[in-house]
Ligand binder design. Structure first.
Ligand code: COI
Length: 353
């Protein structure tokens, strides 16, 4: 890919690495590329970070043809590392297919991610627990208000130095089991990473926050019975000595962290069951002590322990509201691999040359 570079005339001051939070600071430059039917992807550029000019009739603003990804780059004393970018590239292809959007070939996606991260490498924080969050996104830029697949798209990558996603950090969060709103159904867009899924989730999050909870646990959209995801993450439970998580049957996001955790857990000898788990059963396991640990998995939040589940007013505390031993071990292993501090037998980490 031929990438034209326009350097910003003034560079921003870097934020304090102790106060990054999540997703509020953005680097000096971004990657942009255009698509037109008949011409394909073209005009790849690194340009100063800033507002983009859009036609008010851009189809994304009306019918939400938009997909995005989230991945991270890390810095250790020797290298810059990017975690499994090929997985995000593949998922974006599947998301774009679902939304009838132009696909970005895997090699092009990975090359664009590497190019912008390399260009902005001074922005990768090095403090423990921090990283550079990479947000590639794609949207319909054609002007028109007829409902059909757009013939023009933009692909943009922005970068944000981040700390922990939740103010709680890697400490347990309180989760409200949502039994009114649903996130997705099989046949819909649940497995795709598209903005519309997140728009639909916000009302439940606001409701949970009003009740003093950090996030919601989503139940399946048909029966409001089976456990699917937690907030913006996949969710796993240690029940007796087995791991239980929802299967990928169309309504659950195929998380890269989910996939990585499953592989690590299996290698540690755990049986991982990808099954439909009824919320009533889960609450019973929480009550009778069989539910030992629960945690969310996601790129942004990494591994997030769950300390409380509230379903229809029945609040159950998990593991005395402490981060469980397995949760902590998994967090240490995964982040160790991501930071290049532990062996990576899976070849997940890509060292930026
Ligand atoms: C991620 O974990 O990368 C996500 O997509 C969560 C995001 C919506 C903040």
């Amino acid at each position: 890919m031929d990438i034209k570079i326009t350097r910003a005339t003034t560079l921003k001051e870097k934020p304090d690495q102790n106060k990054l939070g999540f997703g509020t600071y953005f680097t000096d430059h971004m990657f942009v590329m255009d698509y037109e039917e008949g011409k394909g992807w073209h005009n790849a550029q690194i340009v100063p970070y800033g507002p983009i000019c859009m036609d008010p009739a851009s189809m994304v603003l009306h019918y939400a043809q938009e997909t995005f990804e989230g991945l991270k780059a890390y810095r250790n004393k020797d290298n810059i590392l990017i975690f499994r970018p090929d997985m995000n590239a593949k998922r974006m292809i599947r998301s774009n297919q679902r939304l009838c959007m132009a696909e970005i070939p895997e090699a092009m996606f990975v090359e664009a991610v590497e190019a912008i991260v390399k260009y902005e490498q001074d922005w990768i924080p090095e403090k423990e627990g921090t990283s550079l969050y990479i947000r590639p996104f794609c949207f319909a830029s054609e002007a028109g208000v007829g409902v059909h697949p757009a013939r023009a798209y933009k692909f943009i990558i922005i970068l944000s130095p981040v700390g922990a996603y939740y103010p709680e950090g890697v400490n347990p969060v309180k989760i409200y089991v949502e039994d009114e709103y649903v996130r997705a159904v099989a046949g819909g867009t649940g497995f795709a990473k598209c903005g519309g899924n997140y728009a639909a989730s916000i009302a439940a999050q606001v409701k949970a926050e009003k009740l003093g909870y950090t996030q919601v646990l989503w139940l399946d959209g048909v029966h409001r019975k089976y456990v699917e995801e937690v907030g913006t993450m996949n969710v796993m439970f240690l029940i007796d000595d087995e791991i239980v998580t929802a299967p990928l049957e169309g309504s659950v996001l195929p998380g890269v962290t989910r996939d990585s955790c499953i592989q690590i857990l299996k290698d540690w000898g755990y049986r991982v069951k990808e099954i439909n788990l009824a919320i009533e059963d889960l609450m019973e396991y929480a009550q009778n002590g069989r539910l030992k640990e629960a945690f969310g998995t996601g790129t942004a939040a990494v591994i997030s322990p769950i300390g409380e589940l509230n379903y229809k007013g029945n609040a159950q505390i998990i593991n005395d509201f402490k981060t469980g031993g397995l949760t902590q071990r998994l967090y240490d292993e995964l982040t160790g691999i991501q930071w290049g501090l532990k062996a990576d037998p899976y070849h997940w980490v890509k060292i930026l040359k």
